[in-house]
Design a protein. Structure first.
Length: 197
């Protein structure tokens, strides 16, 4: 039951991250998604390790939020025309249908985790790659990459429960957040260039 609640929370956060255009709401959606990932991880590992999964996502989101707040130019909202939202929603639905139809094969490929964990890991990775494919804005790109990494972490957490590996994956999350802060700083200081989302 906890994995199902975590899946709904994580997928809700990933969906909001895909559909929202204002950066504050995107950071909040990523924080909610990270809480869902922690709930799913809690079904496989002790609570302390699951908390590390959640906290690494929250710290990465906080680092990105601080970088956006310190930028000299405010981030523009990404265009959220109704057709754009419908397209993104249908693309996410297609990914969920594809993951659902490939579920037995994906579960066997990942080493036989519970079906909720395999579906959540694959859905998060697919949503993250969809976000990566639909934008070039550094903030949204970083959050899409972190979403894909959270899906990978869930899949990998089933087969490898070493604390060192979990710490290294958390460090990768923070490194991606720091790279986003650097790209955001460079983009905000480049004169005369128009931002695109």
């Amino acid at each position: 039951m906890l994995a199902l609640i975590g899946f709904v929370v994580a997928l809700g956060g990933a969906s909001a991250l895909l559909l929202l255009g204002e950066w504050r709401w995107m950071i909040l959606a990523f924080a909610i998604q990270s809480a869902g990932v922690g709930l799913i991880a809690w079904t496989m590992v002790p609570a302390g390790i699951a908390a590390v999964e959640t906290l690494s996502g929250w710290f990465a989101g906080a680092a990105i939020a601080v970088s956006v707040l310190r930028a000299s130019a405010p981030l523009p909202e990404e265009a959220t025309a109704p057709a754009n939202g419908i397209f993104r929603g249908l693309a996410l639905l297609m990914i969920l249908v594809a993951v659902g139809s490939l579920q037995p094969d994906i579960g066997a490929l990942l080493g036989g985790p519970p079906s909720q964990v395999a579906f959540a890991a694959s859905s998060l990775a697919g949503a993250g790659f969809l976000i990566l494919g639909l934008t070039e804005q550094p903030l949204r790109t970083a959050l899409g990459l972190l979403t894909a990494l959270q899906g990978f972490e869930l899949a990998y957490l089933w087969s490898e429960r070493s604390l060192l590996v979990i710490a290294l994956l958390a460090a990768v999350n923070l490194a991606v957040a720091l790279a986003c802060t650097y790209l955001n700083a460079v983009e905000s200081q480049s004169p005369g260039q128009e931002r695109r989302g």
